[in-house]
Write a protein that binds this ligand. Sequence first.
Ligand code: C2E
Ligand code: SIN
Ligand code: SIN
Ligand code: SIN
Ligand code: SIN
Ligand code: SIN
Ligand code: FE
Ligand code: FE
Length: 368
Amino acid sequence: MLDKLTNLIHATVEIAKEKDLRKMLILLSNIARKLLDADRCSIFLNDPDTNELWTIFAHGVKEIRIPNYVGIAGHVFQSKEPLNIEEAYEDSRFNQKVDQQTGYRTKSILAIPFVDRKQSPIGIFQVINKKTASHFDSQDMELLIHLSLYAASSIENSILYEKLKHAQEDVVFRLSHATGYKDPETKNHIVRVGLFCQLMGREIGWDEDELEIIRLATPMHDIGKVGIPDIILKKPGKLTDEEFDIMKKHAMYGFDILKGGESKLTQTAAIIALEHHEKWNGTGYPYGKKGEEISIHSRMTAISDVFDALTSERHYKKAWSFEDTANLLKEESGKHFDPKLVELFISKLDEIVLIKKEFHDEPFKGKD
Ligand code: C2E
Ligand code: SIN
Ligand code: SIN
Ligand code: SIN
Ligand code: SIN
Ligand code: SIN
Ligand code: FE
Ligand code: FE
């Protein structure tokens, strides 16, 4: 029992460290299986939008969803009382459909409710088929309840974190599209440049947080175009020098829009907006910064943005081939672009092309 408790304590530290909900649930179910000598473990979380309990690791089946009042799981969820069942098939509450779907044979089940900090039920936690005995005992029940108590707040946090991430992603893409009403760039342009930069970051060895930041910060690079008059933004042909001087202000406008944000995401996005037209050799705008004076996020965005702009049709130009575009990047290596990053980008061209194809644009409808 003592080493089980020691394991339990170590386990909860591991769980608390994991922010990703799905990874955490897998971790938690592995811990529960080991701790209770169970053959299987399923954690069902309630989806309040559909009143369903869902689980991702009923082995072999991707996701199982059941109404939150059906079966042992539903019973425990509704009653908020644990159940310890020796022989599932002799219990009329048992829902044989899950076994039918998975081809598994359930015998003993121990299921307890999962509650959040406010004691509201968020799901249920069940272990199936005790391996070292015919069924689970009261000590198992105690362990599982302890584990669920420790895990509940971690789960709650990661559910919140997930909601927050979705909300943040939603805001980013909505904001980035704000310019779309004026600028005929497509919705997928901003998705693609984020993914190109993320791919480069992954090659460099950035961690998941950094990768998520660049994926979401890069799409905001042209947000300052909201401040540019339509007559220039939508001009079908080449810009005059005066018009281009006005156009260049979109970098500073974007910086001004984003710089007040307190998160790492908006701060990174602000710098990218400011610097994405700077060039490695110092001939870019707005400041003529050069080399590593330009942040690495902005140097990555410059390559991604130009690559995507060239390989897309714009209202002022036709789409270039991948080959011509790759050649331009090489030609501009050490001039417009950071040479190391060009090399990295070119080495990943196959994956870049896949992203371009997966997030392709609707056929260009012409000027509006
Ligand atoms: P954008 O369309 O998103 O283009 C981003 C960058 O891709 C450009 O930054 C440029 O570095 C590169 N790029 C795009 N098209 C071409 C091309 O045909 N040839 C070459 N060599 N590079 C290209 P840049 O030049 O600072 O332009 C910033 C923004 O100004 C562009 O964003 C676009 O909205 C506008 N713009 C630039 N040139 C023209 C133009 O001739 N006509 C119109 N209507 N807009 C233009
Ligand atoms: C039930 O909750 O009745 C069955 C769930 C399962 O077998 O995983
Ligand atoms: C959106 O349009 O808000 C989402 C962009 C995307 O991920 O395709
Ligand atoms: C545009 O961004 O102006 C059009 C790009 C496209 O539809 O490929
Ligand atoms: C363009 O004006 O189409 C691109 C100008 C450039 O080469 O930077
Ligand atoms: C500025 O404050 O306008 C420039 C900030 C920077 O160069 O990073
Ligand atoms: Fe730009
Ligand atoms: Fe762009």
